[in-house]
Design a protein around this ligand. Structure first.
Ligand SMILES: [Zn+2]
Length: 466
């Protein structure tokens, strides 16, 4: 029997071999912690975005999407606190010159130590007291801990002087906050209302990445709810559950999800919680963060920009700066979690040692919705017609090479929920008219039904809904 255990190594190999995710700049030897999405990965990612948009923008009342620029006025990052304090605590091994994050050293030494609750000084004292060895050379001889800002800097214009420094945004949130007044005014929005955004952010991380779990360029799906002070904690609790439900709807089972409440809070937060997913090999990892950010952000933008950020409550006549509850979804991490959850090696026939790899993705996020397979190349013209007809509504693959069994298995491996076979009965011949029916085979159960082509679109539409 082959080993059917699910490992990250197998998932990475499948991603690479079947066009989901490739190493970034691969022909040049890659660039650490960067990855490129291939044809199937890009579709999977877009489908997750569509699902998120549906749940967070389309279905919710008083919810608006923006698409803000990555480059922002550098004053934004002074107001947000990122210029002063968005830093990792780093130290170097004096023996082998390798650089590490102090909190990671401690967490790997003792997961119960909770380095996220320690100051820089406490971390240094802990590492010393426990003589934590260098993970690379095994010696214990570290420098002091230094703060290393995680923002990528670049320069605007042709001169490299300090005046022209700008940053690649390290989070999307500020794009929503600086547009709060614009959205409120133009949408005539009343509290509570939400602004969502999907977009890229950049962090100069030194930590090893674990595939796409930690990358220097990544995409976030962010949702900021502006509310009356005092309503914030209820909204915060609501979005913790709403986020968990979203993941469950996408196919992540409750037993592989958990809340992780933060003990140490960021300077802006009153309450903070992550949703973690149980990744194979890696263990529990954060895929969402929900934060009660109070009026910190808008107050700071009022202070730094000079623009009034307060809201005139039409019901009470009061003026106040709204509180913000943020719920952020890592898109790349969500995609990775879905791939990990979906990956399965199913023993089809133990006696024949027959195992199939199947990606049990929720049909709504599957990159290819339906594959059209002619039973013989003589049927390819009719099958291509059907392919073109279905492609007006769905992502369709067409495959005429190899046995039908092999073609099914190829589609199983990339998560295609339905295969449609065109056979000689579909088309008919000189003696017998075609029945205009096709065989639809379902990925997970491998069950087959015969359907008139005229009913096929309705059938698929219903099964593919999110
Ligand atoms: Zn060392």
């Amino acid at each position: 029997m082959q080993n059917t255990e699910k490992t990250m190594e197998k998932i990475v190999a499948l991603c690479k071999n079947r066009g989901f995710i490739f190493a970034g700049s691969e022909i040049y030897g890659g660039l650490a912690n960067t990855w490129d999405y291939g044809p199937l990965g890009a579709r999977l990612k877009n489908n997750v975005k569509d699902a998120w948009r549906r749940r967070f923008i389309q279905e919710r009342r008083n919810s608006y999407e923006v698409d803000a620029d990555i480059l922002m006025n550098p004053r934004v990052w002074e107001a947000s606190g990122h210029v002063a304090s968005f830093a990792d605590p780093l130290l170097d091994c004096k023996e082998c010159k390798m650089r590490f994050r102090a909190d990671n050293l401690i967490d790997e030494f003792d997961p119960e130590a909770h380095a996220d609750g320690m100051t820089k000084e406490e971390m240094f004292a802990y590492i010393k007291a426990h003589s934590i060895p260098c993970p690379h050379c095994g010696k214990h001889n570290f420098t002091d801990i230094r703060e290393f800002n995680l923002m990528f800097q670049t320069y605007r214009g042709v001169t490299n002087d300090a005046k022209s420094v700008i940053y690649l945004r390290p989070e999307n949130a500020q794009g929503e906050y600086v547009n709060y007044l614009n959205v409120q005014r133009t949408m005539r929005a009343k509290l509570p209302f939400s602004i969502g955004q999907i977009g890229k952010a950049f962090r100069n991380e030194i930590t090893p990445g674990n595939f796409t779990f930690r990358t220097i360029e990544f995409e976030q799906m962010e949702f900021q709810t502006f509310c009356k002070p005092g309503d914030d904690l209820e909204i915060y609790e609501y979005f913790k559950e709403y986020g968990k439900k979203f993941f469950e709807d996408l196919g992540l089972p409750a037993e592989n999800l958990r809340f992780h409440d933060h003990e140490k809070l960021a300077h802006y937060a009153k309450a903070a919680c992550d949703i973690e997913f149980l990744f194979p090999t890696l263990g529990w990892g954060e895929i969402n963060g929900t934060h009660d950010r109070t009026d910190f952000d808008l107050s700071r933008h009022q202070e730094y920009s000079g623009q009034k950020m307060d809201y005139l409550d039409p019901f009470t006549g009061e003026r106040y700066i709204p509180y913000i509850v943020e719920s952020t979804y890592g898109l790349d991490r969500t995609v990775l979690a879905l791939l990990c959850q979906a990956y399965d090696e199913e023993v089809v026939d133990e006696a024949k040692n027959d195992t199939r790899v199947v990606l049990r993705l929720h049909p709504s996020v599957a990159p290819i919705k339906v594959a059209v397979l002619p039973l013989s190349k003589k049927l390819s013209d009719r099958a291509l017609e059907l392919r073109d007809d279905l492609a007006r509504e769905f992502m369709v693959d067409f495959d005429e090479t190899g046995s039908i069994g092999k073609r099914y298995r190829r589609q199983d491996e990339v998560g295609t929920p339905f295969c449609v076979t065109v056979d000689f009965d579909t088309v008919g011949d000189a003696d017998k008219a075609g029945d205009n029916c096709v065989t639809v085979r379902e990925r997970d159960s491998m069950e087959q039904v015969r359907l008139p082509i005229s009913q096929l679109r309705d059938y698929l539409r219903e099964k593919l809904a999110f």
